[in-house]
Design a protein around this ligand. Structure first.
Ligand SMILES: N[C@@H](CCC(=O)N[C@@H](CS)C(=O)NCC(=O)O)C(=O)O
Length: 237
């Protein structure tokens, strides 16, 4: 059994979409990052940087019998792809392209869109320069994705892969925020918009976007103690 610790954000949804695509059995623990639950010392044992998502897999245990933690969403995608033998090609020619677009999301798209959202919606002081810088960089990265999707149906090439899962949630969030501010620029990104529609129509993607569900969030909010990674112990008070 796999335990997923997550919240409704683009990084969290990458892990739940992957689990849904693979049809694996998993339990969800909602970590309310709006309330700071990611900083709880017990949770930091499985997430040293205090972020979601994290998974633990009962099949993987360390010397003391504790399930091994797998943090960082790109690492989770690679782990699950290798565990199942799906969505990451084994031939190096194809694998290198999939991993390149996965790391493009981890190193470029996620951080730029994340900073843009933060400066635009959450920063305690307004900074026009920061908003402009991250919005322009986000648009540039969407254009890079669009260029690739003009050459191939999926980011890795002919087949849907973990590169599409990783970039989808972030590109979706960026386009939703950008389309009112830069409608002409977004309208021009036809291959990207078509890919967002195709990937977004996959039933596993739709299920994964809804994790944690309202019910799972409610259950976590009401629980006095949330089961920890080993099934016993605790993650949160
Ligand atoms: N590089 C990490 C980033 C994870 C991340 O930033 N997660 C956000 C949600 S999308 C989070 O946990 N934020 C809580 C916080 O920063 O306190 C990954 O890909 O897993």
């Amino acid at each position: 059994m796999i335990n997923l610790y997550s919240w409704s954000t683009p990084n969290g949804q990458k892990a739940s979409i992957m689990l849904e695509e693979l049809g694996l059995d998993y339990c969800v623990t909602a970590i309310n990052i709006g309330k700071g639950e990611q900083h709880h010392p017990e949770y930091r044992r499985i997430s040293p940087n205090g972020k979601i998502p994290v998974i633990t897999d009962q099949e993987l245990q360390d010397e003391s019998g504790e399930p091994v933690r797998i943090f960082e969403s790109g690492n989770i995608l690679i782990y699950l792809a290798e565990k199942s033998g799906r969505l990451l090609p084994s031939r190096w020619e194809e694998r290198a392209e999939v991993l390149a677009w996965l790391f493009f999301q981890i190193g470029h798209l996620g951080p730029m869109v994340g900073q843009w959202h933060w400066f635009d919606d959450s920063a305690p002081a307004e900074s026009e320069l920061a908003i402009k810088r991250y919005r322009e960089e986000t648009l540039h990265l969407l254009e890079v994705l669009n260029g690739r999707l003009g050459e191939a149906p999926y980011l890795g090439g002919a087949e849907y892969s973990i590169a599409d899962i990783a970039n989808f949630t972030w590109a979706k969030a960026a386009v939703e925020q950008m389309k009112d501010e830069e409608p002409d620029a977004i309208a021009a990104l036809e291959p990207l918009r078509d890919w967002l529609k195709r990937v977004g129509a996959r039933p596993a993607v739709q299920r994964g976007l809804n994790v944690p569900s309202e019910e799972q969030k409610q259950r976590a909010a009401e629980a006095e103690r949330i089961p920890g990674p080993a099934g016993g112990g605790t993650v949160l008070p």
